[in-house]
Design a protein around this ligand. Structure first.
Ligand code: ADP
Length: 593
C-alpha cells in the first residue's frame, strides 16, 4: 500500500516535471511569433509617428521659402502680411502655432496674435541659426501641453537671417493616429521621459532609473516615476512583470526600437497571455496523455499484481493444506500405532485376565475344598465304619458257616467301597486344575455328583432338596467337573442364604427349548440384595474374612458357563427367594443317545 502510494506520488512528480518542461518549451516557442508581431507593430507605430511629425517639418521648410515671410524677416515688409500667411498655414495644418523670428530670436509674426517673445535660447532656434532644421519637444509652461517644435532657417548664403517655427500639439497627432492600439507602445526621449504613448497612464513617467526628475522643458510637477517592474530574460526575450493598471499587460514581452530621427526610443509591451495559454494547453495535453497512459499502466499492473497475489495465495493455501494433510497423516499413523499398542496391551491384559481367572477358579475350588473337607471326612468315615462292621460280621457269619449272609455283607462292603471311590473320584476331579475339553455331558449326572459332594453341607443345614430329575438323560455341551462346580456353588449359596430360617428348600429342575437346556436352582431364602452386582468379583454379603465369603463363587461360575457358550442369570422370584438359571447348548447327538 505504502509502496503503491509512493509510486503514484513519484509518477505524479515525474508527470508534473515533464508537463512543466513541455509547457516551458511551448511558451518559449510561442514567444517568437509574438515578438515578431510586436516588433512589426512597434515599427509601424514609430513610422506613423515620425511620418505624422515629418509633415510639420516639411511645412516649416516650405514656409521658410515663402516670399512674404522672407520679406518680413528681412524687414522689408510689414509683419501683418506674414501674420496672415502664418495663420492660414496654421489653420490648414492644424498646428498650435507657427511663428517667424529674426536672427536675434525675436518673434516677428505669429499665427497667434500678439506673440512677441524672444526665443533666442530655445534649442530649435539655435539649430536653425546654425543653418540646420531644428526640432524640439517640451511641455508648455502653465498648461503642461506636450508640444513639438520644428524650425527651418531662412538663409542668405550660409548665414541665417530668420527662422520659421511650427509648434504642434502632440495630443492632436496621437488622437488622429494611433491612440488606444492593441499594444502598449510608448516613446522615451533622451531625458528618459515617456513623451509619446498610446496609453495615457504611461505618459510623462520618467523611464530611466535614477534619471533627473526635473529635466529641462518639463513641468516637473507633472512628472512621475515609471511603474515598478521586474524584468527577466527568457530564451533571449525580455519579459516584464509590471503592475500599471488594467490597460497594461501584467506579464509582457518588452521590445525596443531606437528612433534617431526624432531623438527617441520606441518601446512596446505585448501581453504574453497567448503564449501562456498555448504553453498551458500543451502542458495540460502532455499531462493528460501521461496520466491516461499511467492510469492504463497502473490498472494493468494492479490486475497483474492481483492475479499474482491470488496465485500466491492459492499456492500458500495449497501448501498449508498439504502441510495439514501431512500433519494429519502423521497424527493418524501415530494414532494407528498407539491403537496397535493398545490392542497388543489389551491382548496381553486378556491373557493375564484369563490366567487370573484360571487362578481364581483354582482358588475357588481350593476354598470350596477346604470348606467341604470336614463334611467329606465325615462322609468317608461313615461307609468306612459300615465296611468295618460288615467285614467283622462277615467274618463271624463265615465262622458260623452262614456263607449267604457273609456273601450279602461282602456285597454291601463292595457297594460302600464303590460309593467311597465315587466320592474320592469327584473330589480329585474337583480339586484338579481343570483342562478337560468341552464335550457332551449328562446334566442329570452332573447335578447328582454335585449333590453328593455337597451332601454333608446340605444335611448339616437341614436343607430339603427337591431334585426334579427327568426320566431320561439331558445331554449338554460343557466340562463335567466345571459344571459340577457351578451347580455346587449355586446349591451352597442357596443353603447359605437360608441359614437360620425355618423352611429351607431348594428346587432343582431342568427344561429344554429347541437347542437350549435350562437348569434352574430356586430357593426359599430371602432373595438377592442387589441382583445387578452378584456376578461382580469379590461382591459378597457374607461376613468378611470367612472362607465362604470371598465373593468369587458366582463370578467364577459366570466365566465357566460363558466358556461353554452358555449364560447364567440370577433374579428374585415372584413367590420369594432367589432363582438362578443356567442356559446351556443342547448336544446335537442327544437325539441319537
Ligand atoms: P460368596 O458366596 O463367597 O459370597 P458368591 O459369588 O458365590 O460369593 O455370591 C455372591 C453373593 O450373592 C452372596 O454373598 C449373596 O449375597 C448373593 N447370593 C448368591 N446366591 C444367593 C441366593 N441364593 N440367595 C440370596 N443371595 C444370594
Amino acid at each position: 500500500m505504502t509502496r503503491n502510494a509512493l509510486g503514484i506520488m513519484l509518477f505524479i512528480v515525474v508527470v508534473t516535471g515533464f508537463s512543466a518542461i513541455v509547457g516551458w518549451v511551448g511558451f518559449t516557442t510561442a514567444l517568437q511569433p509574438i515578438a515578431d508581431r510586436g516588433r512589426a507593430d512597434l515599427s509601424l507605430a514609430a513610422g506613423r509617428l515620425t511620418s505624422g511629425l515629418q509633415q510639420f517639418r516639411q511645412a516649416a521648410v516650405l514656409l521658410a521659402d515663402h516670399p512674404d515671410l522672407l520679406a518680413v524677416a528681412a524687414a522689408q515688409r510689414d509683419p501683418a502680411v506674414a501674420e496672415a500667411v502664418l495663420l492660414e498655414a496654421s489653420d490648414k495644418l492644424g498646428t498650435l502655432e507657427i511663428f517667424l523670428t529674426d536672427a536675434a530670436g525675436q518673434v516677428l509674426a505669429s499665427s497667434t496674435p500678439e506673440h512677441n517673445e524672444n526665443v533666442a535660447t530655445a534649442p530649435y532656434f539655435e539649430r536653425a541659426m546654425q543653418g540646420a532644421l531644428g526640432s524640439y519637444h517640451a511641455q508648455l509652461s502653465g498648461t503642461g501641453q506636450r508640444v513639438f517644435y520644428f524650425s527651418a532657417p531662412m538663409l542668405e548664403g550660409a548665414a541665417a537671417f530668420g527662422a520659421v517655427v511650427v509648434k504642434v500639439d502632440l495630443e492632436a497627432v496621437e488622437e488622429s493616429d494611433w491612440r488606444g492600439g492593441a499594444q502598449a507602445i510608448y516613446f522615451v526621449d533622451e531625458a528618459g521621459v515617456v513623451f509619446v504613448s498610446n496609453r495615457s497612464e504611461l505618459l510623462l513617467r520618467v523611464r530611466q532609473e535614477g534619471a533627473d526628475l526635473t529635466p529641462a522643458g518639463y513641468e516637473s510637477a507633472t512628472l512621475q516615476p515609471f511603474f515598478d517592474f521586474s524584468a527577466y530574460s527568457v530564451a533571449g526575450h525580455d519579459l516584464w512583470v509590471v503592475d500599471a493598471g488594467r490597460y497594461i499587460p501584467v506579464r509582457a514581452l518588452h521590445l525596443v526600437q531606437p528612433l534617431p530621427v526624432i531623438g527617441m526610443t520606441g518601446e512596446v509591451l505585448i501581453s504574453t497571455a497567448q503564449a501562456e495559454r498555448i504553453a498551458l494547453l500543451q502542458a495540460a495535453v502532455a499531462a493528460a496523455l501521461c496520466l491516461t497512459f499511467g492510469a492504463i499502466w497502473y490498472v494493468a499492473t494492479m490486475r497483474r499484481n492481483t492475479l499474482s497475489e491470488r496465485l500466491a495465495l492459492e499456492a500458500q493455501t495449497n501448501a498449508r493444506l498439504e502441510a495439514r494433510v501431512i500433519e494429519r497423516t502423521h497424527e493418524l499413523s501415530e494414532v494407528n500405532l498407539s491403537l496397535r499398542n493398545e490392542i497388543k496391551e489389551r491382548e496381553e491384559a486378556e491373557l493375564r485376565l484369563k490366567k487370573a481367572q484360571a487362578d481364581l477358579v483354582q482358588a475357588g475350588k481350593l476354598s470350596a475344598l477346604g470348606e467341604m473337607s470336614a463334611g467329606i471326612s465325615h462322609e468317608l468315615n461313615q461307609p468306612l465304619m459300615a465296611i468295618q462292621n460288615f467285614a467283622e460280621n462277615a467274618e463271624v457269619f463265615l465262622a458260623r458257616g452262614k456263607v449267604d449272609v457273609a456273601g450279602s455283607n461282602l456285597n454291601r462292603i463292595s457297594d460302600l467301597a464303590r460309593r467311597m471311590g465315587r466320592i474320592i473320584k469327584n473330589l480329585r476331579a474337583f480339586s484338579r486344575q481343570e483342562s478337560e475339553p468341552i464335550s457332551d455331558v449328562d446334566l442329570c449326572a452332573v447335578v447328582e455328583a454335585a449333590l453328593v459332594v455337597g451332601e454333608s453341607r446340605l444335611q448339616q443345614g437341614q436343607v430339603t432338596i427337591d431334585w426334579k430329575r427327568p426320566d431320561r438323560p439331558v445331554i449338554v455341551r460343557g466340562g463335567e467337573v466345571r459344571l459340577q462346580q457351578v451347580v455346587l456353588n449355586l446349591v451352597t449359596n442357596a443353603a447359605d442364604a437360608m441359614e437360620g430360617q425355618e423352611n429351607k428348600q431348594i428346587i432343582i429342575s431342568l427344561s429344554q427349548q429347541a437347542d437350549k437346556v435350562f437348569l434352574a436352582v430356586k430357593d426359599s431364602g430371602p432373595g438377592l440384595d442387589d441382583p445387578e452386582k452378584i456376578f461382580d468379583p469379590f461382591y459378597t454379603t457374607k461376613a468378611v474374612g470367612r472362607a465362604e465369603g470371598m465373593g468369587l463363587g458366582l463370578s467364577i461360575s459366570y466365566g465357566l458357563v460363558q466358556s461353554f457358550g452358555g449364560q447364567i442369570r440370577g433374579r428374585n422370584h415372584a413367590g420369594g427367594g432367589a432363582i438362578f438359571t443356567v442356559e446351556l447348548a443342547a448336544s446335537k447327538k442327544e437325539e441319537t443317545a
